[in-house]
Design a binder for this molecule. Sequence first.
Ligand code: SGN
Ligand code: CA
Length: 529
Amino acid sequence: MPSIRRSIFVLLCLLSSLAAAEPKRPNIIFVFSDDHAPHAIGAYSDWLKDINPTPNIDQLARQGMLFRNSFCTNSICGPSRAVILTGKHSHLNGFMHNGNRFDGSQQTFPKILQQHGYKTAMIGKWHLQSDPQGFDYWKVLPGQGDYYNPALLTPDGKIQTQGHCTEIVTNLALAWLKEQATAEQPFMLMCQHKAPHRNWMPAPQHLTLYDDVTIPEPATLFDKYEDNANPARYQEMEIDRHMHLVFDLFVSPEDDFDPNPKQSVDRSGFMNMKRMTADQRRQWDEAFEPKNDAFKKANLTGAELVRWKYQRYMKNYLRCIKGVDDSVGRIMSFLQDNGLEDNTIVIYSSDQGFYLGDHGWYDKRWMYEESLKMPLIVKWPGVAKAGSEDHHLVQNLDYAATFLEMIGATVPDDIQGRSLVPLLKGESPSDWRQSIYYHYYEYPSVHMVAKHNGVRTDRYKLMHFYEFDEWEFYDLQNDPDELRNEFQNPDYANQIANLKTELARLVQFYGDDSDLSEKDAAWQKQYRQ
Ligand code: SGN
Ligand code: CA
């Protein structure tokens, strides 16, 4: 071989052996549930320790990093998902409230992963109206989806399944993972559960779980909103006044059915019962009828009725979470059994927090802590220290940039979030953000939570219900339950002025050009009856 050709050959051999030695890029599994508040995860809170609600998610936290100060930008389903896909605030990605339609032609992180040779899949709750884009494989629930025997949308049309949604989504995820296990191509899977979303319908095997325990009550279960600005008094999400015995809590679904309920309730749970198989329905009735009979005999009223509703609500919520936790356990076992454990990043998160009787509520939407917080646990073998915790202020806005840096892709300039990779490596960048920006838009709408934007630092929170020009300010260090609105307290005048300036800066910084104006008195009055 002439020497020049020989050296080229040697060079090529060297390059190919280098390429072979290069570590394979990591796989990513993003397990995402709906409405799973961090305080219903053992690793976040020992409030439910006697119940041990999430052993598998807790195990994930022991193997990875848990983010203590993890927040959403807009505490509602579709918007949170759109922020995650794009790395941009709602006003820029165009999905400001449920009911919008996601513009799937825009830049999303799964599309960029595909461009970098990743195989991508999206299975489960999507809730963005338009068809998923950027996925090699997708099977998603239409809208909110059903717990029992859900239909699924696929690129080839709608299909019908039989079983409980959490298990169906997990089975599909495992089947897809199995196909990837031996492939050369790295993958990214989004496994997105409907559970534990309202109306809380557990799987048959979990229907009697927690029957013998009493769930502890939150300190604020009987909050009277005495210190809050007006919006807190005009919401429709109280366990007492708004949680419905039939639709939410499944007390005698058929015989008590009122075809024209006065309260604004969706009938999804009730309708879903009509889709159960005879066997599913029998198991359901066997589990609930004795409890319903006892409830009817007791004739509860007032605080005792609230307490009973709280127990029924929380048990069904936690039973749904049990299914999600089992799903995490099955995925982790699969990775172990198929030699994928060391090179797969596993993330657990949920679209926002939720009120578990806190302030007397269920649902989310507010910028108060329980619904502002999102769980975020990341297991990244060899990078994130097992059992570690991070306290920086992070948001779902940061996920897209994080996924891109994880796979070695450049983060486009127009992405507003910041990669969490340095934090996952245990670093503490000196220029990390000191405050987060929040903006909720869905009003008037179900649960009647007024529009608001706001800012939160590690200690303080300022909220502005701009359509009513009402403000709240909290000192989270002295008042973690947010029971004392200090907006009128002169002792905090400086901090409030600073946060007002910071809020204005964030509006500019993120380019939030949405309408923040106050509405006139006549408009205000119609929602204050
Ligand atoms: C449904 C729920 C509401 C919930 C919204 C938004 N009612 O309307 O309680 O706030 O979805 O939830 S239900 O009777 O259908 O459960 S989100 O997770 O999609 O944002
Ligand atoms: Ca949600």
